[in-house]
Design a protein around this ligand. Structure first.
Ligand code: NG1
Length: 451
């Protein structure tokens, strides 16, 4: 924090001392690509974060600088309506936060800020650096408006607001990242349920650690990776409509299914077995063409496309909806069982569930890549009880559950097998033992020497 304040004074000389806030990254133990369907997840924060030093400006300009020279200086004028910069431009994450808070609380166009961003959270590694930046910018912007986060209720409300806010950037994610970044607890994972957002802390396993291994395949959210990510929410929109149609035929023609997660609570409250039977009837074929979807739902193909798919290309053999739906249902069960395994301190069971989740993400949901598959394979052979990709996938990191007394051997073996041949000048192999920390907040301002 001290360093970022000194950096701030050099970057933005004069004026009052800056304030600081921080937002940690996160890993997801299990529950992947389920949040945008309102199905639960089980992530934890990590002890790597984004730190912001900031100071209010009275002219409505928002100036952003980054200690990492890969992110050039950017600025924009605060306004009631903000338009996104080019995809991939990093000011979009700050704009997303400011735009959402302006919508929620009104915009005073004179409120601006100077911000210096520093981070030890790797970018595009599946550790939610983008959401950490959105959350940190939101805290800074709230602070320059003299608004404080007051208790848990505020944190939950802000998490919901910022989950929607991030859609500004063009990804159609669920609310997992913002929720755990704001509401995470030291030494705990968080079982998160959505609509309404609920957080249930579950203590991490004694005598075990979670090791994060970066595959070093970048999963940047600008451009192609964003489209690959968005294919999930888009196709799940189609799946939801097909399941709703089936419900209307089997149960009641007036029933509405806002999201897949609603199968398991509220008015429907199906058991997993009932949901499975319903879904088998809703999507009876492995592959489904757009024409078949449209026919089933009484729409024209162009109407169905406009409603859910946008410009998503249709594979000649049709969309793999059955496997995607299987992933959603089995992952739902795994998350519930993983929370129970944490509470029962059953590491073997948690490891099995993590392994099964990786297979499901890779085979049924199609979000792994050869490097991630190789890394989990190596990790299991090196002694991980469970190893799986974490976050959106297509690259990024894995999470590995390892008995604490075997962690050194584990890391040596992964270094030898996976990171062998990595250029030494790039430093030590990119893996670390993750510790869960408290959620985002304002930092303590270090006093300048002699003050
Ligand atoms: P990351 O790994 O941060 O890109 C994304 C989504 C999550 C969730 C996971 C997959 C955003 C901001 N985050 O996370 O909501 O859907 O993928 O489980 O879109």
């Amino acid at each position: 924090m001290e360093q970022v304040c000194a950096g701030f004074r050099a970057a933005f000389p004069g004026g009052d001392a800056p304030r600081v806030c921080r937002a940690p990254g996160r890993i997801n133990l299990i529950g992947e690509h389920t949040d945008y369907n309102g199905l639960p997840v089980l992530p934890m924060t990590v002890d790597r974060d984004i730190v912001l030093a900031f100071r209010e400006r009275p002219d409505g300009m928002i100036h952003l600088r980054n200690t990492d020279s890969a992110f050039p200086e950017v600025s924009f004028a605060n306004a009631a309506t903000l338009t996104p910069s080019a995809p991939g431009s990093w000011d979009n994450y700050c704009k997303a936060a400011v735009a959402a808070l302006n919508r929620a609380f009104g915009c005073d166009p004179r409120r601006g800020m100077d911000v210096l961003v520093a981070s030890d959270l790797p970018v595009a590694a599946g550790l939610a650096s983008s959401s950490a930046l959105v959350v940190a910018c939101a805290l800074a912007y709230l602070a320059v408006q003299d608004r404080d986060l007051d208790g848990n209720g505020d944190r939950l409300r802000l998490a919901e607001l910022l989950a929607d806010a991030e859609h500004f950037v063009g990804t159609r994610g669920g609310g997992m990242d913002q929720a755990v970044i704001l509401c995470g607890q030291a030494d705990h994972a968080c079982k998160i349920d959505f609509h309404p957002l609920r957080i249930e802390p579950a203590p991490l396993l004694p005598n075990h650690v979670v090791v994060v291994c970066d595959s070093t395949v970048k999963a940047e959210k600008g451009g192609a990776a964003r489209n690959r990510y968005n294919a999930g929410p888009r196709l799940c929109g189609v799946i939801r409509a097909l399941v709703e149609k089936q419900l209307q035929e089997e149960i009641d023609e007036d029933v509405a299914l806002e999201r897949l997660g609603d199968l398991f609570h509220g008015a429907l409250c199906l058991t997993v077995r009932e949901a499975r039977a319903l879904c088998a009837n809703a999507v009876p074929e492995p592959r489904v063409s757009l024409a078949a979807v449209a026919k089933r739902l009484g729409l024209r193909p162009d109407e169905a496309r406009a409603r859910w798919l946008d410009d998503l290309p249709e594979p000649p053999e049709g969309f793999p909806l059955q496997a995607m739906l299987r992933h959603q249902l089995t992952e739902y069960e795994r998350v519930e069982r993983a929370r129970d395994a944490l509470l029962a301190e059953d590491a073997e069971e948690l490891g099995r569930l993590m392994n099964a989740s990786h297979e499901s993400c890779a085979r049924d949901y199609g979000v792994s890549c050869p490097e991630l598959d190789r890394l989990v394979d190596i990790a299991r052979k090196a002694g991980a009880l469970g190893a799986r990709l974490t976050g959106a996938g297509f690259g990024g990191a894995t999470v590995n559950l390892v008995p604490a007394d075997r962690v050194e051997r584990f890391m040596d073996a992964v270094a030898r097998e996976y990171y062998r041949g990595f250029p030494k000048r790039q430093g030590p192999p990119p893996m670390f033992v993750a510790r869960a920390v408290n959620g985002a907040g304002m930092g303590t301002i270090p006093r300048p020497a002699g003050a």
